[in-house]
Design a protein around this ligand. Sequence first.
Ligand SMILES: [Zn+2]
Ligand SMILES: [Zn+2]
Length: 288
Amino acid sequence: MADPDTDTDDEPAPADAFAALSDPIRVEILDALTDHHRDEGLAPIGFAVLRRRVGVRDSGRFRYHLNQLRDRFVERSDDGYRLTATGARVAGAILAGTYTGSVSLGPAELDSTCPFCGTTAVATVHDGQCVVSCGDEHPLFSWHVPANATRDATLAEVVDLAELLAFQAIEQALAGVCAQCYDSVETTVGDPDEPGFRSVCDTCPGRLVGPISFPLLVDPDVAGWCRDHGYTLREDHVWEFPFVGEDATVEPAGDDADGELVVTVAIDDDSLTATLDGDGLVVAVDEN
Ligand SMILES: [Zn+2]
Ligand SMILES: [Zn+2]
């Protein structure tokens, strides 16, 4: 445990970072810097020009707020000020409504049916969470979407985006990185009796829970086999893949399996067998 009095780590705590953004003028400064970089690239902007753009007359007051953003969000050079990489990300997130938006849409019927009961799939967005289920309340899909991605979009478009973001998050988790906070995460596949793909972040509330077929769908060889059988994540909803709704067959990879699982999935009369290591990475694929 670090003693707070002697702790020399000068990395600001997350709460301090958000406190630096607590005044609307500071958010407007990030906004003005974002506009500047969009037009002028990475070149710094002078103090007086930036102050006029933000529209603060009192130069001392403006300098005070600008200084609160240094050095984490804004850096200063002889030529003026510019966003740090962190500042650019935070400005993007604020503009995307990540920290303020609370969007609700729907319910609306999708051009898709539930694989469990055949009724029409229904999508809603509530408080930024995109949820697809059916009339019988079978859960088909759930993932969060940033507020600005829902502006001017149909619910069907929001669902497509949410699926894209979810599968990007699966790929990042398989690479050992949390898609929300970029801290390292571990992934697990359960055991043959209770298979399932799972990744829970220790640092943030990011969590991924899905069927054992999810890590298969992001493997290039499995995705290619699915494409040859008429299914792609780009064209089809994830719950429409024949083996995602029904259970895939899961067996241990042998007596000395070391957590590896052999998963067999079928489309029409063809089947494919994929071997997953304990983290969910596909290590071998065999078309049967
Ligand atoms: Zn259903
Ligand atoms: Zn995280």
